[in-house]
Design a protein around this ligand. Structure first.
Ligand code: ATP
Ligand code: MG
Length: 463
């Protein structure tokens, strides 16, 4: 129906662009060919096209078609329809899933807002459900950024550009489609996080008018389901550019929406030390990703939330709470307050809290405890976490080195390290009341640990 108004795309024929079928997943090609052979329009779209044009390896391949989800299901036996917010078809090839979306319409009839089964918006304009189908031109215009709205057409292998994406790709510019930028962010506040993510991932600049309202609109993220934000946080921090993303998110006031407790901590310095732990942790995670090592959500969230846990822990110690209770309570409080903002699934929340609760235990080096700790399923993560804290100047590096040696030592040396090592045994202090001192002004980073665990949580703690 709206076809007459559809803009004409810029069409770049096969000979004039760099996308080669040899760089496209064979399964994605299979899907495209099968749809084409069944008489449907079918294109590769989104990040796949964008990344291929940039010469990067795409993370995944998304397909857009004029076939409805039901029609897609008729073409593929290995297919499932998913999603309520956006109904999609998933075509399965072993572990690879090709996502097939039907072209969506841009024009959402105002009268149907909030009432119709196909389209649902909140009072603030956020789209909750959007299952109105449309033409390819409309589909292009309801995507987020111009560089994400390029189509690779399987009918003739051309690239179709309805929104100026090719020029923006050349210019290294991230630009939302449409004139009413604020409305685009209101429709889906996650686009603010995507702006930061793509700016970091692609090394692009965010176009001025798209950048300008970010700080003012950041609070809209509160409307987004916390479970969806969990997924977005992983994409932001587990892709090799987490530190950069963190800095940008803070710059635009977006980080405070995701991790308010952490953000509040970062705003204050501690004994003239800026809090560098989160930055160090994210930098470390980035290096792991770039080295092809594994990264896991519990560790990431342990890093992102440690500052508030640490400060709460200190405060509880100062109030006389025994260390084991203090760390458990601090962990519990911070984790449960966080759920309202970014919901961490239980299977990750438990190990995250264990990483925290093992930190004071790692300071207890005497007797059989260290051996027992080595066998703890979360030991390795907790040890890595301790290394980070040492790197950030929050614990004495000697403690981290001790654990490094302890793991490598043979049974005899381990015994010496946990019993004989008189020289190394931490000074037994008179059991002073828990204190948060550390303002003693010792040089280097060691003083924070004194404040954190030194007395109350050290080897001379309870039991
Ligand atoms: P990558 O997969 O590399 O992270 P991508 O651009 O493919 O990047 P996806 O989340 O896979 O991102 O989304 C695929 C495409 O769907 C996008 O390129 C964009 O065209 C469209 N899209 C995704 N999320 C949104 C959104 N929130 N608003 C509008 N369009 C979106
Ligand atoms: Mg993608």
């Amino acid at each position: 129906m709206p076809a007459p108004a559809d803009p004409e795309p810029l069409i770049v024929p096969r000979a004039e662009h760099s996308i080669s079928r040899s760089n496209i997943s064979p399964n994605a090609l299979r899907v495209l060919y099968r749809l084409r052979d069944a008489g449907h329009a079918a294109c590769l779209v989104g990040g796949g096209v964008r990344d291929l044009l940039l010469g990067h390896e795409p993370k995944d391949f998304d397909v857009a078609t004029d076939a409805t989800p039901e029609e897609v299901r008729q073409v593929f036996r290995n297919c499932r329809l998913i999603g309520r917010r956006f109904r999609l078809a998933h075509v399965f090839f072993g572990p690879e899933i090709i996502e097939v979306a039907t072209f969506r319409g841009t024009a959402i009839p105002a009268g149907r807002d909030g009432t119709d089964d196909d389209v649902l918006r909140t009072e603030n304009g956020m789209i909750l459900r959007d299952n109105v189908y449309g033409s390819i031109a409309e589909d292009a215009l309801r995507r987020d950024f111009t560089v994400n709205a390029l189509y690779y057409n399987i009918a003739d292998f051309s690239v179709l550009d309805y929104a100026g994406g090719l020029a923006d790709l050349k210019a290294g510019r991230l630009r939302l489609i449409g004139d009413d930028i604020e409305a685009r962010y209101r429709e889906d506040p996650v686009r603010m996080l995507r702006a930061v993510r793509f700016a970091c991932k692609l090394g692009f600049m965010i176009d001025g008018p798209c950048e300008e309202p970010l700080a003012d609109l950041a609070a809209l993220l509160a409307e987004v389901p916390a479970a969806r934000l969990f997924e977005e946080v992983l994409k932001l921090f587990h892709a090799g550019y987490g530190l950069h993303a963190f800095e940008k998110l803070r710059h635009y006031g977006l980080f405070a929406q995701l991790f308010p407790a952490t953000d509040a901590c970062l705003a204050c310095e501690e004994q003239a030390f800026p809090m560098v732990f989160v930055s160090r942790g994210l930098d470390n995670t980035d290096r792991r990703v770039l080295d092809g090592k594994s990264v896991v959500p519990p560790f990431l969230f342990a890093v992102l939330l440690w500052e508030p846990v640490r400060l709460r822990y200190q405060a509880l110690l100062a109030g006389g709470t025994p260390w084991a209770d203090a760390i458990a309570l601090a962990s519990q409080e911070v984790a449960s307050a966080q759920q309202r903002h970014v919901a961490i699934p239980k299977r990750f929340g438990m190990p995250m809290r264990e990483i925290w609760s093992l930190q004071p235990r790692l300071e207890r080096r005497q007797g059989r405890r260290p051996m027992a700790l080595l066998g703890h399923p979360r030991f390795r993560a907790a040890y890595d976490f301790l290394l980070l804290r040492a790197e950030a100047g929050e614990v004495d590096p000697e403690l981290a080195e001790w654990w490094t040696r302890f793991q490598d030592a043979n049974a005899g040396d381990r015994a010496k390290m946990t019993t004989g090592g008189k020289k190394r045994r931490p000074r037994r202090r008179k059991p002073k009341k828990a204190t948060t001192d550390g303002a003693g002004g010792a040089s280097g980073g060691g003083e924070h640990v004194a404040g954190m665990h030194g007395r109350a949580a050290g080897d001379d703690g309870d039991g």
